[in-house]
Design a protein around this ligand. Structure first.
Ligand code: TYD
Ligand code: MG
Length: 452
């Protein structure tokens, strides 16, 4: 039998026993027994008015997060996944969403978290082949091939799994809503039915969502609001690597990333991504510079390439791959003005190696160095690494994560390290291995011993 619960009618505090005076608000004669226990969670009993409560009265839920069995995936999500949470994994077709979730659901199942993988995209035969190839056939989760949301709800009732994957939300159809699968009304209906069912039963739900060409999750933005965690799986299909980015997380950190490699045996976690993106690099060529980039809490080295060549067009070309064209144009204008480069008659191309996309401003200094390197046809120091934001007046400014980048660059034995002064690198620390730059005016001299 549940214990009686007492509540102050003045301040709504919940008390373990009856008192003449409320311990919280010190009012007399306001403590009353409330029928039906709220199970000590400060939550009103069903049927009772929904009353406010003090957070300190709220019993903290035991840490019941589901571990994925992989330290890297757990820490990406915030030390595991709370039961009853809904995660949306979105990405372009062919990125590896189904592969990732098949691997995850199989691992969770092997660890005793009963899984159900619902596919509306592939037949069970196709999934079987893939599972077999990935060595996940034994002790795998239950599979269901359907596009009916009602089918899924019926199976959830019967088989009560701990983890469910629905691949994809755009292929599912709810009888209660109008429209074809993938339409706004269907996506909304399907996801709200599934979210409600898993919240009630404490099941972890992974929804797969496709993104459109413009990079948005197909279907309403509402889908992102309805789920607890939004993950983006990104990468370049021509390259091996993939990144999972946490863009929303109600239960843990955002801004985390996980770097993965697509192999014949499925997606593999890259535990140390610090030099992974360099692949086969030839440092003896001009026009390439290394950048210490930073995503989430990870720093890694990437290559930025530039090609400056005489143009035969009336409107010389400016092309940027993996970085913002505006940023390139801005840096070219600064270089033209401050370093007196003659760029007006040049075609200029810039590209991030490995097919990565980089948006952070720390790219500026290295990109400027790569442009100079190609312009003068002089290669940069083989193990040199750059970071720093360049202002419109040519000043080089420190960027977020300066100390961490410095630590990482030193650990990986990059030298010289060329960056602005910042926390952990004062002017007096500068030496042959650490070149501190205040303005890009100094860059040609420091790199090639030239005055602009
Ligand atoms: P998939 O998981 O089907 O992508 P999504 O569900 O996001 O559309 O996988 C996409 C690609 O990955 C597919 O074209 C083949 C490739 N792949 C591998 O290279 N190795 C593998 O082990 C697997 C399963 C897939
Ligand atoms: Mg798929």
């Amino acid at each position: 039998m549940s214990k009686p619960v007492y509540r102050c009618t003045a301040c709504f505090a919940e008390l373990k026993q009856w008192q003449g005076q409320c311990l919280k608000c010190k009012e007399w004669g306001t403590v009353k027994e409330v029928s039906g226990s709220s199970e000590g969670r400060g939550r009103p009993s069903p049927g009772a008015a929904n009353l406010p409560t003090y957070l300190e009265d709220l019993a903290i839920e035991q840490d019941r997060k589901v571990s994925t069995g992989s330290e890297a995936v757990d820490s990406l999500l915030g030390q595991g996944i709370p039961p009853g949470s809904v995660l949306l994994l979105s990405g372009e077709p062919g990125m590896g969403k189904s592969t990732f979730l098949l691997q995850l659901a199989s691992r969770l199942n092997q660890m005793g978290h009963k899984g159900l993988y619902v596919s509306g995209e592939e037949s069970l035969g196709q999934i079987r082949q893939r599972s077999e190839r990935l060595g996940l056939l034994e002790r795998g989760p239950l599979f269901l091939n359907t596009t009916s949301c009602d089918d899924i709800l019926a199976v959830l009732e019967k088989s009560s799994p701990a983890v469910v994957v629905v691949d994809s939300v755009q292929t599912m159809h709810a009888g209660s809503a109008e429209g074809i699968p993938g339409s706004v009304s269907q996506v909304r209906a399907v996801s709200s039915l599934l979210v409600e069912a898993v919240k009630r039963a404490g099941i972890v739900l992974f929804l797969v969502g496709h993104v459109t060409k413009e990079g948005q999750i197909a279907g309403p933005k509402l889908l992102e609001h309805m789920v607890d965690t939004v993950l983006y799986l990104e990468g370049d299909k021509q390259h091996l690597f993939r990144i999972i980015r946490v863009v929303k997380n109600r239960f843990g950190p955002t801004s985390n990333i996980l770097v993965l490699k697509m192999m014949d045996s499925g997606l593999q976690i890259v535990n140390d991504p610090s030099t992974f993106f360099l692949e086969a690099r030839d440092p003896s060529l001009s026009g390439t510079a290394l950048i210490m980039a930073r995503e989430g809490h990870k720093s890694f080295v990437i290559e930025v390439q530039s090609l400056v060549s005489r143009s035969f067009l009336t409107m010389p070309r400016r092309t940027a791959l993996g970085l913002d064209t505006n940023r390139l144009n801005l840096l070219l204008a600064i270089a033209e003005k401050k370093l007196s480069l003659k760029l007006g008659q040049m075609d200029i191309y810039a590209k991030i190696g490995g097919g990565l996309k980089i948006e952070e401003p720390s790219l500026d200094l290295g990109l400027t160095a790569a442009i100079l390197s190609s312009y003068f046809d002089r290669c940069l120091p083989e193990k040199g690494v750059f970071w720093g934001e360049v202002d419109l007046n040519g000043q080089v400014r420190p960027v977020v994560g300066h100390e961490e980048r410095l630590r990482q660059a030193r650990m990986l034995k990059y030298r010289p390290i060329i960056c602005p002064a910042g926390p952990g690198s004062r002017e007096e620390d500068a030496d042959r291995d650490l070149i501190l730059i205040r303005n890009i005016l100094d860059l040609p001299q420091k790199l090639f011993g030239k005055k602009p």
